[in-house]
Write a protein that binds this ligand. Structure first.
Ligand SMILES: C[S@@+](CC[C@H](N)C(=O)[O-])C[C@H]1O[C@@H](n2cnc3c(N)ncnc32)[C@H](O)[C@@H]1O
Length: 213
């Protein structure tokens, strides 16, 4: 049996590439140790945005704007994106990246804690990408669900925590136990809710796709 790492690098080798500006931002983010979506996740996001063609996208967890720009490009530069970030150091970098890509009219960055911002937000988004602090997902879910349109899709990244989530809580280090139980709680809610139909995909660091029924 061929090992999983080789399969993933083979799949990634078929990636047809990104725009010059996205490649530059990806390189800069990696050099600065900014966590951004992995390659397999990039392909999935591009595919989902191209398929769903959402006019509006809400992203929770902007970092330096890489995935916002990826989704914007995948929408044919048509989608209006609202993204949230609370890490002050990353906010000006993200804003500058939106400017470099010519996307500053289409991407709005809301600065501050997503827990508070989402609570104040109104409107309906047909596509929501959750990529913030994993331990906060259960707390964010009620507002995210309220803001997701009927028939809309909620995409959540890093749901398998490099496999840790499958382990017993005693097998993970003490300091990771809270996040372990919160991610499990979030997964349970998504998969047992009357509101969502959810699939868990074992790609990248684990992804859930949830459709609001
Ligand atoms: C994995 S990074 C996002 C990466 C980005 N989506 C990408 O792929 O280009 C997660 C980001 O969420 C931010 N974050 C975490 N918790 C947050 C919160 N409660 N409110 C706002 N931002 C938050 C972190 O500061 C971090 O920059």
């Amino acid at each position: 049996m061929i090992d999983e790492e080789r399969i993933v690098s083979f799949i990634n080798s078929l990636d047809s590439g990104k725009s010059q500006i996205l490649s530059e931002i990806e390189k800069e983010a990696k050099a600065d140790f900014v966590p951004i979506v992995r390659k397999e996740m990039q392909s999935l996001l591009r595919f989902l945005v191209a398929s769903y063609k959402p006019e509006k996208i809400l992203e929770v967890g902007c970092a330096v704007g890489f995935s916002s720009l990826l989704m914007w490009e995948a929408s044919g530069k048509q989608a209006k994106i609202t993204t949230i970030e609370n890490y002050e150091k990353r906010i000006p970098i993200a804003k500058n990246n939106f400017k470099r890509a010519g996307a500053e009219e289409d991407i709005t960055l809301l600065e501050g804690d997503a827990t508070l911002i989402l609570h104040e937000m109104e409107g309906a988004y047909p596509f929501i990408f959750m990529d913030a602090a994993k331990g906060q997902y259960p707390n964010l879910l009620p507002d995210v669900t309220r803001l997701l349109s009927k028939g809309g899709i909620l995409v959540t990244d890093n749901i398998l925590q490099d496999g840790d989530v499958c382990e017993s809580r005693y097998a993970v280090t003490r300091r990771d136990r809270t996040i372990h139980s919160r991610v499990r709680e979030y997964l349970y809610e998504l998969t047992h809710s009357d509101v969502y139909e959810t699939v868990i995909l074992n790609i990248a660091d684990g992804v859930t796709l949830s459709v609001k029924k």
